[in-house]
Design a protein around this ligand. Structure first.
Ligand SMILES: NC(=O)c1ccc[n+]([C@@H]2O[C@H](COP(=O)([O-])OP(=O)(O)OC[C@H]3O[C@@H](n4cnc5c(N)ncnc54)[C@H](OP(=O)(O)O)[C@@H]3O)[C@@H](O)[C@H]2O)c1
Length: 253
């Protein structure tokens, strides 16, 4: 494990930080994932946009092409029902089209319903764990051989403040984020020897997206940081400035 004293206020990413890199982003159609995809493309990466709603992915694709970024790719996939074979099929296609993968941003997450543990709906509990933990695990597992074939590769998981200290009513979502931190750490320890792949977490902090609005409906969104404002840590962990960082969990704010 190798931690860092990264400072989101002072970090400046080089304009060509991700030139010629191939990066897969989950949940790329909206929120933080959408902004990360556009930001990575602005820094030279060919991004693979994975998400549930094709129309949203197409809009991100168009935005990147319009800005003259490297031509992205779209991979519509509903992580709720995806099987291990679906992930293998995706990786086989990526391998055929690109020959390698330099980065994986595991960004998809769902909130479920906030309520006391006593009242947590069991079906919703399973759904949250299926997307936030099981799908993330299966996708990461399938991508590992391709990531290992890159010169250096970065895997980023998405955590949360409630994945570090439990908080009343955050139920399945909080438990899924504790599991995400655990998955990241176990993988980082495994990757420490004989690989050039690193595994780290980002806690975005309160960010102006539809998920945040669902969790805090009475909050004024204008008081929150935008997804654009939290991008420094997404760039830092994806690019070569963090080559020695493995097993760390960084706050975006
Ligand atoms: N926003 C915050 O304040 C905050 C704070 C801490 C942590 N986080 C974490 O940051 C990550 C991104 O959050 P966000 O606020 O950007 O969320 P968001 O606005 O709700 O966006 C989530 C993205 O995930 C996609 N997605 C949802 N279910 C999916 C499925 N079954 N299959 C494929 N894609 C699916 C959505 O696609 P569709 O739009 O097509 O449904 C959307 O693009 C999450 O892991 C979240 O837990 C966010």
């Amino acid at each position: 494990m190798n931690t860092t004293s990264f400072n989101p206020e002072t970090y400046q990413a080089a304009p060509n930080l991700l030139k010629d890199k191939v990066i897969l982003i989950t949940g790329a159609g909206a929120g933080i994932g959408r902004t990360a995809a556009i930001t990575y493309a602005q820094h030279g990466a060919t991004v693979i946009l994975l998400g549930k709603t094709t129309k949203k992915l197409e809009a991100v694709y168009d935005e990147i092409v319009k800005a003259k970024g490297p031509t992205p790719a779209i991979y519509p996939l509903d992580l709720m029902g995806a099987s291990p074979q679906d992930y293998q099929d995706m990786v086989a296609l990526l391998s055929k089209e690109f020959g390698r993968l330099d980065g994986l941003l595991n960004n998809v997450g769902i909130l479920g319903v906030l309520s006391p543990i006593e009242n947590q709906d069991v079906q919703i509990w399973h759904k949250v764990l299926q997307i936030n933990v099981n799908a993330t695990f299966m996708l990461t597992q399938a991508c590992l051989p391709l990531l290992k074939s890159a010169e250096h590769a970065s895997i980023i998981f998405t955590s949360s403040g409630v994945g570090k200290t439990g908080r009343a009513y955050w139920g399945a979502y909080a438990v899924s984020k504790f599991a995400t931190e655990g998955l990241m750490q176990v993988l980082a320890d495994e990757l420490e020897t004989n690989t050039k792949v690193r595994s780290n977490c980002i806690n975005p902090g309160a960010t102006r997206t539809s998920m945040r609005a669902a969790a805090y409906p009475a909050e004024d969104p204008m008081t929150l940081k935008t997804a654009e404002e939290i991008m420094p840590v997404y760039l830092y962990l994806m690019g070569a400035d963090s080559l020695l960082v493995n097993g760390d969990s960084l706050n975006a704010q």
